[in-house]
Design a protein around this ligand. Structure first.
Ligand code: ZN
Length: 133
């Protein structure tokens, strides 16, 4: 497994429009918004150097981001690390006894392939592994 960089930091927000204002104020332009139906979210990415900030707004009251905000309020929701080979990373982590949420890659915003590692195995952090070709 090879970790390439911090891909992005995911922040759960109630409103993309409201929360985007901070980044616009900082002079960071969004690369656009996308709806990921499977995860019931609308996301916007703000490039910061070689990484990005991902804002996530729920599109349904029972979506994972809505539930996250209900429990924790708005704020940092996950850390995403870029890997060179997602299948290999998942197999290696599984073999090492790390608890995975996704044993197989799923679709992520921007055409990435992603998988989540369970916070029980990471000291409380929801960790996303992301692969982009
Ligand atoms: Zn993410």
């Amino acid at each position: 497994m090879k970790i390439l960089k911090i891909d992005h930091i995911g922040i759960a927000v109630k409103s993309l429009a409201e929360s985007s204002k901070l980044y616009e104020l900082l002079g960071i332009k969004s690369t656009g918004t996308e709806e990921v139906a499977e995860q019931k979210v609308k996301v916007a990415f703000f490039p910061v150097g070689d990484s990005e900030v991902e804002l996530l707004e729920s599109t349904a009251p029972d979506g994972p981001i809505a539930r996250y905000i209900e429990k924790n309020g708005e704020g940092m929701q996950h850390l995403a690390l870029r890997v060179d080979d997602l299948e290999a990373a998942l197999a290696e982590l599984k073999a090492k006894g790390v608890r995975l949420i996704d044993e197989k890659p799923r679709y992520g915003a921007g055409g990435a392939r992603i998988a989540f590692v369970h916070p029980k195995s990471t000291g409380g952090i929801l960790l996303e592994l992301s692969e982009r070709k």
